[in-house]
Design a protein around this ligand. Structure first.
Ligand code: ZN
Ligand code: ZN
Length: 411
């Protein structure tokens, strides 16, 4: 028969042999884990990650880097390396993109690649470092490679994520603001039509929105009583519905349990002054935030501040300084009536007293230095580069790119 030659088994490649050895090692591990007693199991699980999964991720990254560069994925009809990994390695789009980014960034981060290969640092930590390198470029990460690696080895990924983010803010505050603004654009809330007797809620919040909602919900969620058999998820959704009911019940808008939910921001004096290379401001519960966001929140008297160790004593003084006295607020509402931004007119109850010369730059909490603006427009002023000034009793707003120095504004 003519086809007989094709039945001859081709010689095994080195790679196929290694894959078979790996399979055998995995089977042996499975057998041992099945047989291990509870005391041994913990060590076994640690070994699976340190000797198995993490070093294999390093090998995967090295291979993927060469595969990516070669463009060989096109032979499979994939349009990109990410698409190929998603399709052929059974990963979600997000997980595939992360693997490709790790592969690309580790090329310039040899110490981190080596640590992953040896199982001295976890894959999740490495993915966070690669992400920082993608956002701010590899050069600043290379400079800090040793320090980031040390931090990664001593912290869980959650805490390390805040460190990596803080590093990004320090290196490139403008890029961090851009990323925060992109994240803000992706916010949404979807409420479904009723289905099977339920309404589905899903959405995404930017960091500040998330911190605000978390603070409000936790104020409405006292520790559960003994006979409270609700799940944490049920308690959270009940708190959200409680929150929604408040304004409808005639409770004061924005108050929870008689108090506005507090956001806490920690910042150094250098940060508030916007000095280059200053550590980023941090919002309790969500980590680093752009300096511009911190400066906007400085206009909000309900946000609490911790001004770095050295300035702790002056904290109450600073709070008193930016707090708008009731009489000033009344005069502000009487003068501006509603949001002063071009044709917005959102009512005063939804508006902040924005400081024209920012509070953080020495602006006074006095009527001539204040403007009533709604939350959306307040954000555009601080984070999106818009400017606002009062000229001959009229408000003038300018889009980004027409920036005037803040200290040139009339107060
Ligand atoms: Zn403001
Ligand atoms: Zn407005």
């Amino acid at each position: 028969m003519a086809a007989l030659g094709m039945l001859v088994e081709p010689a095994k490649s080195e790679l196929q042999g290694a894959a078979e050895d790996l399979k055998i090692a995995v089977q042996r591990m499975a057998t041992c884990i099945r047989a291990a007693d509870a005391a041994e199991l913990g060590e076994g699980l640690i070994q699976i990650r340190e000797v198995g999964i993490d070093p294999l991720e390093a090998v995967f990254a090295k291979g993927l880097r060469r595969f990516d560069k070669s463009g060989e994925y096109k032979a499979d009809g994939a349009l990109s390396a990410v698409a190929w990994v998603r399709e052929r390695c059974n990963l979600s789009g997000g997980a595939a993109a992360e693997r490709v980014n790790v592969a690309r960034q580790l090329e310039t981060l040899p110490q981190i690649e080596k640590a992953l290969a040896k199982g001295n640092v976890g894959y999740q930590h490495v993915a966070l470092i690669a992400r920082a390198a993608e956002n701010v470029g590899s050069a600043p990460v290379q400079k800090e490679e040793q320090n980031l690696l040390k931090a990664a080895q001593t912290m869980d990924p959650g805490r390390f994520a805040a460190v990596a983010k803080g590093f990004e803010h320090r290196v490139d505050a403008a890029a961090a603001l851009l990323e925060a603004n992109h994240a803000y654009e992706r916010r949404y809330l979807h409420l479904s039509e009723p289905q099977n007797g339920m309404v589905r809620l899903d959405g995404m919040l930017d960091l500040e929105g998330g911190a605000t909602l978390k603070a409000a919900l936790s104020a409405l969620m006292p520790p559960p009583a003994n006979d409270d058999d609700r799940t944490p998820g049920q308690r959270r959704i009940d708190a959200l519905v409680d929150l929604a009911r408040r304004p409808l019940d005639g409770s004061k808008l924005g108050t929870v349990g008689g108090q506005r939910p507090h956001l806490l921001i920690t910042a150094s004096a250098e940060t508030l002054l916007g000095l280059k290379g200053a550590p980023p401001a941090e919002m309790a519960g969500v980590g680093p935030i752009p300096m511009e966001t911190a400066q906007r929140l400085a206009c909000d008297p309900t946000v609490s501040w911790l001004l770095g160790q050295a300035e702790l004593e002056s904290e109450s003084a600073s709070d008193a300084h930016r707090q708008i006295p009731a009489a000033t607020r009344r005069a502000l509402v009487a003068r501006d009536r509603d949001c002063v931004f071009n044709g917005c007119h959102r009512p005063a109850i939804w508006c902040d007293g924005h400081h024209l010369v920012w509070w953080t730059r020495g602006g006074k909490t006095a009527l001539p230095n204040l403007a009533l603006v709604c939350g959306r427009h307040h954000r555009m002023l601080h984070e999106e580069g818009w400017t606002l000034e009062r000229k001959d009793g009229r408000w003038v707003t300018r889009p980004p790119g027409h920036r005037v120095p803040t200290n040139a504004r009339s107060a």
